[in-house]
Ligand binder design. Structure first.
Ligand SMILES: *[C@@H]1O[C@H](CO)[C@@H](O)[C@H](O)[C@H]1NC(C)=O
Length: 450
């Protein structure tokens, strides 16, 4: 196309995008109702907060050992193939051997119980959470509540290394965090909904009520993956409760952003820096990479219960399904490594802690259902209708699975105080806790001083 035609196409695209966009933001925000998601009787709401410790029975552990020892032989991976067809079974065998011979659950249980944990019932669901208050806080230092939200296939385990970094007073800061890290409903030790519909919007309502139960009316929220989607939704629904948000998976899917993304095919430099251009353009590569990596999403957004039967019955199947994500989503290049790169940023122990949280709670099926609830007729998380008007900060990790040009973020996050780019992947809290913690400190310094 010659320059003039390109120019006309661009102007038209922007004009159309702008019209559609304005039409969309004028839609009033509809906060979902406070549905009773659990079993039991709404008139007998239990408002207590009960201390909780993980304590898996010997029966569950003996059964796990039996299943690991008696797993059928794995099908050998193809010659010359590493993780490109899914997890390599030679790697899986090594991890399963580690699980059987070196991984000590009773030790890990002590590790996982190192922080105070509680359960409380919100809208019929017993919600499990970690609650860490800062220690040795000098007078004059503000204590700021921070809700940390994980995603799939993660758990609160992702936050263990980062929590002390956030709850320890810093010399040059006049505030410190009080961290509240819940398991999402249907994940780990939190109860799952018994009726359809608990998508991202309704979860935002659950967590607003959860924070109220704990006595917090004004707080910060941080999240990645589903946690990022819920974080953004809380900011849109409850701008008077959420003081600011920090996300390590900022996304803008407004019509305007989509038009800009298309326009960038003609003039990439309009929306993305030269060094990151290859992550998005040509768009055909971007889309084919999504097709390569998002098969799981289609399954989970349509038939989670069917695949869940197998995963819930086989610990090796569950580990294969979950750990494959920790290779590719941490770094797409790890697909081509025999060891999946797993030990470069994690340990088998850490990774198995997370798998165990799914196994001992039978929660893989209910965790996957979130995709079905968030991508159906009632809710489509990939169709932004509203903007975030409270202060926001984005940390962009360069191997992020759903990488978007950071220039699009302003379309959605109207008071963006910072966008910082780092080395790392999708599971930032778990992979590079120091980097993420520092970025949160930095963002909140700006929120507090603006
Ligand atoms: C776990 O439960 C068992 C059996 O009820 C009990 O004997 C043990 O003390 C508990 N352990 C912890 C760490 O609470």
């Amino acid at each position: 196309m010659n320059g003039f035609v390109k120019f006309i196409v661009l102007i038209l695209a922007l004009a159309i995008g702008n019209v559609i966009y304005k039409a969309n933001i004028n839609e009033p925000v509809k906060v979902p109702p406070e549905t009773w998601w659990g079993p039991g009787d709404p008139s007998k709401e239990d408002k207590s907060i009960v201390p909780f410790k993980i304590n898996v029975s010997n029966e569950v552990l003996a059964d796990l050992k039996y299943r690991l020892k008696n797993a059928r032989d794995f099908v050998p991976s193809l010659q010359g193939i590493q993780q490109q067809y899914g997890i390599n079974t030679k790697l899986l065998k090594e991890i399963v051997n580690f699980w059987l011979t070196k991984y000590d659950w009773r030790e890990r249980e002590k590790f996982l119980n190192q922080f105070p944990q509680f359960k409380t019932n919100i809208q019929g669901l017993n919600i499990h959470y970690i609650h860490v208050k800062p220690k040795n806080v000098p007078s004059g230092t503000k204590i700021l509540p921070l809700l940390l939200l994980h995603g799939w296939p993660g758990s609160v385990r992702e936050f263990y290394e980062m929590i002390p970094l956030l709850t320890t007073v810093q010399k040059d800061k006049d505030f410190v965090f009080e961290v509240i890290a819940p398991s999402l409903p249907g994940y780990g030790f939190s109860e799952a909904a018994v009726k359809p519909g608990l998508g991202v919007g309704p979860m935002a309502v659950v967590f607003k009520n959860f924070m109220r139960r704990l006595g917090f009316d004004y707080y910060y929220v941080q999240g990645g993956d589903w946690g990022a989607a819920i974080t953004t939704t809380m900011a849109i629904f409850f701008p008077d409760k959420v003081k600011g948000i920090h996300s390590n998976m900022c996304m803008s899917n407004s019509h305007l952003s989509k038009v800009k993304l298309l326009a960038g095919s003609l003039w990439p430099s309009l929306i993305i820096e030269e060094k990151s251009k290859h992550k998005v353009y040509p768009l055909s590569d971007y889309v084919s990479n999504m097709l390569l990596e998002f098969g799981y999403m289609h399954i989970q957004a349509t038939k989670p219960d069917t695949v869940g039967v197998g995963l819930n019955d086989s610990p090796v199947g569950l580990a294969a399904y979950i750990l494959e994500k920790f290779t590719t989503w941490t770094n797409p290049a790890w697909k081509n490594k025999a060891d999946g790169g797993l030990l470069e940023r994690y340990t088998y122990t850490k990774l198995l802690d997370n798998v165990m949280i799914y196994w001992v709670t039978n929660s893989i099926t209910t965790s996957m259902r979130l995709y079905s609830e968030a991508m159906n007729k009632d809710e489509n998380v990939f169709d932004d209708r509203h903007v975030v008007t409270i202060p926001a900060a984005c940390a962009v990790f360069d191997s992020e699975l759903v990488y978007q040009p950071p220039s699009l973020f302003k379309d959605r996050y109207r008071k963006l105080v910072q966008v910082n780019a780092y080395d790392g992947g999708h599971f930032a809290a778990f992979e590079v806790p120091d980097t993420l913690a520092k970025d949160i400190w930095l963002a909140v310094s700006k929120f507090e001083n603006s």
